[in-house]
Design a protein around this ligand. Structure first.
Ligand SMILES: [Ca+2]
Ligand SMILES: [Ca+2]
Length: 453
């Protein structure tokens, strides 16, 4: 397990920086093998990452990665992130932040689908003489998305859409269930001004978060609370903490959850009804079809090409039976355009292929005019871009460029340029793909060669 800390800011952490970007500080070490059961066990690890003494104060995004190596040599990696604040200490108390934000409730409660978790945070002013004026900013983000390379040949909804199914949050919910928004949903940051906190005093902030009734075990959203403001002496105050709500279909349901996770009223969470085959889910929205008056079923889909290079444009199409007319259809979170093919409605568009080589998916999500949703997944394979693996002079004093660009349908040309800073100056060498005359021109001057498909 490794954790890398990068400077962050208010709101959600951006996607993890590319490999090679140097973090502010980092920590890594082995952890015990996780528990394993046929129904999926949760293993909680606590990582203590020392902060180097010279680290500047501020908000940091911590990116954790767990890499598991199986006995056959295969490795799997999964990651997550959270916000960490490195704050100045209170006067005379080097281990106490001047403003501390502490989560008082469990950090990762596991509750039935559709249940509300209430997180309570203590915001304490540890300054001995200055009052502090602060604003609380809460966020929520869906963090359990389908893994890279997931290649189901049918739709899945119960783990959640990776393109916008944040669990909704609310300050001070009282005893009400948080209303569930229509899908897909992106939770904006919400803020709440707190009363001025006198020196040595504290305030409790309550943020509720609720999962959807369709969520299966393992669905999860994280919620962070950032507090920013100003001490009476004019110096800045900030602190943060966070929690995550984990869905567990084995947990008991309260009325709040049962209202949205047991539409067929058999006393069993609907995600389990569908998983066990007791209920059909032909539109892959994780709601048993017997609860839906109209089921809009996906009937055709395509992706072209099916073996793109990383980030290459993909033409995607999907059609539904439109038992209720579709209002909006997305592919990987991007809206598609409605068109007609032989009198039948089709939805199409261009999206970028995944940047990561390997099996990848197009995630179609459609919402019909009655608010019903329908999903479908199709797969494609991202090829490795060709790489030069070796350059050497052979016995004939020919310069040999070896490469691994062997994919079918891909031609590689040797290109020549005398000026690296001129991106349009590259010209194909004669001789066709994979070949170039060994006499590549005048002997004087520096020339550069590269492979180009
Ligand atoms: Ca049920
Ligand atoms: Ca359904």
């Amino acid at each position: 397990m490794s954790v890398a800390f990068f400077p962050g800011g208010a709101g959600q952490c951006p996607p993890a920086p590319a490999a090679g970007v140097v973090p502010a500080f980092a920590f890594s070490g082995p952890v015990a093998t996780p528990a394993c059961t046929s129904t999926g066990a949760f293993t909680t690890y606590t990582v203590v990452a020392p902060v180097p003494a010279a680290t500047p104060l501020g908000v940091y995004c911590a990116y954790g990665t767990v890499t598991v190596t199986f006995s056959d040599g295969m490795t799997l990696a999964a990651g997550g992130d959270t916000t960490v604040c490195i704050a100045e200490p209170a006067a005379g108390m080097p281990t106490v932040p001047r403003l501390s934000v502490t989560l008082l409730t469990p950090s990762a409660p596991r509750l039935a689908p559709g249940e509300t978790a209430v997180a309570r945070y203590s915001v304490k002013n540890n300054d001995p003489s200055n009052a502090v004026t602060v604003m609380a900013i809460a966020t929520s983000r869906q963090s359990a998305v389908r893994p890279q390379g997931a290649n189901e040949r049918q739709g899945v909804y119960s783990i959640s859409s990776p393109f916008g199914d944040d669990f909704p949050i609310q300050f001070n919910p009282g005893t009400n269930c948080i209303p569930l928004p229509p899908h897909p949903y992106t939770q904006p940051a919400i803020s709440n001004a707190l009363p001025v906190i006198p020196p040595g005093d504290s305030n409790v902030v309550t943020v509720a978060i609720r999962s959807y009734g369709q969520c299966a075990s393992g669905s999860c959203a994280e919620s962070t609370l950032a507090v920013t403001g100003t001490f009476a002496d004019g110096s800045p105050a900030f602190g943060c903490a966070g929690m995550a709500l984990v869905v567990d279909t084995g947990a008991p349901s309260t009325p709040c959850a049962r209202a949205v996770n047991d539409c067929n009223l058999n006393g069993i969470p609907d995600a389990l009804d569908i998983a066990a085959g007791r209920s059909q889910d032909r539109n892959f929205n994780a709601m048993p079809d017997e609860c839906e008056e109209i089921v809009t079923v996906p009937v055709a889909s395509s992706v072209n090409p099916t073996n793109p290079l990383p980030s290459q444009p993909l033409q995607v199409q999907v059609a539904f039976n439109e038992a209720a007319p579709m209002q909006t259809v997305w592919a990987d979170g991007q809206q598609l355009t409605r068109t007609n093919l032989g009198g039948l409605p089709f939805w199409q568009g261009t999206i970028p292929a995944d940047a990561r080589p390997g099996p990848q998916t197009v995630y179609f999500l459609g919402r019909d005019q009655l608010g019903g949703i329908s999903t479908f997944i199709i797969t494609y394979q991202v090829r490795l871009p060709p790489r030069i693996t070796r350059i050497f002079i052979d016995g004939n004093r020919d310069a040999i460029i070896e490469h691994n660009g062997t994919q079918a349908g891909l031609s590689l040309f040797v290109q020549e340029n005398s000026n690296l800073s001129c991106p349009t100056c590259w010209t194909n060498r004669p001789g066709g793909p994979h070949a170039s005359p060994h006499n590549a021109g005048p002997a004087s001057g520096t020339r550069f060669f590269r492979l180009r498909n």
